[in-house]
Design a protein around this ligand. Structure first.
Ligand SMILES: Cc1cc2nc3c(=O)[nH]c(=O)nc-3n(C[C@H](O)[C@H](O)[C@H](O)COP(=O)(O)OP(=O)(O)OC[C@H]3O[C@@H](n4cnc5c(N)ncnc54)[C@H](O)[C@@H]3O)c2cc1C
Length: 302
């Protein structure tokens, strides 16, 4: 196959190392989505910085962790996906209560390690099936816990491969909302937890068990599809609009938790997005509330 114009602009080393036409269904917990033109897994932060320095500025860039909050449309992504999971995996203790964690580390691992070290409250991270990078981008949270409550500093990388350390105060943070300096992605964070010597793995098991009773854990989903509007719950609005079980193609609104959209096996990203739009339109018509997707939808339509 002849190299496309974007590929010709990569340096020879990186041109050999990027994967081409990679189905993003492999990198989304919805198991749906079209191909990324190129996908790059860095060896470490230095390698990633070098990759970005040689990447032409016009090539679109998408950082992906575990894809547990991501829908890439069926036409795919015309640019480079940088995969952090399995790449940026450094994780160590800086002091009694402080940790250094790179962006590709799964949140569940942080939760388990905190329990071992007698630190908390980090149990909420056990219920988030993503990476620290995704949790920083989303301010992921559960059971009253929130990622950014524990952030002292982050390390970021920009398009030119420039690495910066920024205090948490450089970011505007809210419910599932994080706004920082544009054009920078998360490489790592310094996190702080409290000393919780009594915390044990049983607490995590109980919380996960409680979650399994109310959420369709194990089914292909991206967790909560919409953010909760102020003072209400998206799940309640969707349920009372009569949408539980509503289906488009092989995607449906979960019967167990109405804010979850399930791919039963062969749903396309188009089906899932059509269902998202249908839910929004119906809830707007019935309740006069505009639901906002929590999941990130990117890429080209088929
Ligand atoms: C069953 C299930 C349960 C869930 N429960 C919860 C929950 O309780 N609470 C909650 O908050 N979320 C929950 N989620 C959603 C999801 O796990 C979180 O949003 C998680 O933080 C996403 O992390 P990720 O690594 O999968 O990110 P991805 O899905 O890979 O990416 C999400 C967004 O973050 C960006 N991003 C990823 N890495 C970086 C980086 N290093 N720098 C900058 N941007 C980056 C991506 O570009 C994208 O815009 C759930 C999902 C599932 C499937």
């Amino acid at each position: 196959m002849m190299a496309g114009p974007k590929e010709r602009q990569l340096s020879p080393e990186y041109s050999l190392r990027v994967l081409r036409d990679v189905p993003m269904s492999r990198h989304s917990s919805w198991h749906a989505g079209g191909p990324a033109d190129m996908l790059f897994t860095p060896r470490d932060a230095l390698d990633l910085a070098a990759f970005l320095r040689q990447l032409p500025p016009e090539v679109p860039l998408l950082w992906v962790g575990l894809g547990s909050n991501l829908l890439v449309r069926d036409g795919g992504f015309r640019g480079v996906v940088v995969l952090t999971h399995g790449a940026l995996g450094a994780f160590h203790r800086l002091s009694l209560q402080r940790l250094y964690v790179e962006a590709g580390v799964p949140c569940a691992r942080i939760a388990r390690q905190c329990v071992k070290w007698g630190l908390g409250p980090a149990e909420f991270l056990a219920g988030i099936p993503g990476t620290l990078g995704g949790a920083l981008a989303m301010n992921a949270g559960a059971w009253g816990g929130e990622t950014w409550k524990h952030v002292l500093e982050v390390e970021t990388l920009d398009r030119q491969g420039v690495r910066r350390t920024r205090p948490a105060g450089d970011f505007e943070v809210g419910y599932r909302h994080v706004q920082g300096p544009p054009g920078e992605w998360f490489l790592a964070a310094r996190l702080e937890f409290e000393r919780r010597p009594g915390t044990n793995a049983e607490a995590i098991r109980e919380l996960l068990e409680r979650r399994r009773e109310t959420q369709p854990i194990g089914a292909w989903s991206c967790g909560s599809t919409f953010t909760n509007p102020p003072g209400d719950h998206a799940a309640r609005l969707i349920d009372t609009a009569g949408l539980k079980g509503f289906r488009i193609g092989d995607a449906s609104v979960s019967e167990k938790h109405a804010n979850f959209i399930i791919n039963h096996g062969t749903a396309s990203a188009t089906d899932i997005e059509a269902l998202i739009r249908h839910v929004q339109a119906t809830v707007e018509a019935v309740h006069h509330v505009a639901l906002v997707p929590e999941v990130r939808i990117v890429g080209e339509a088929a």
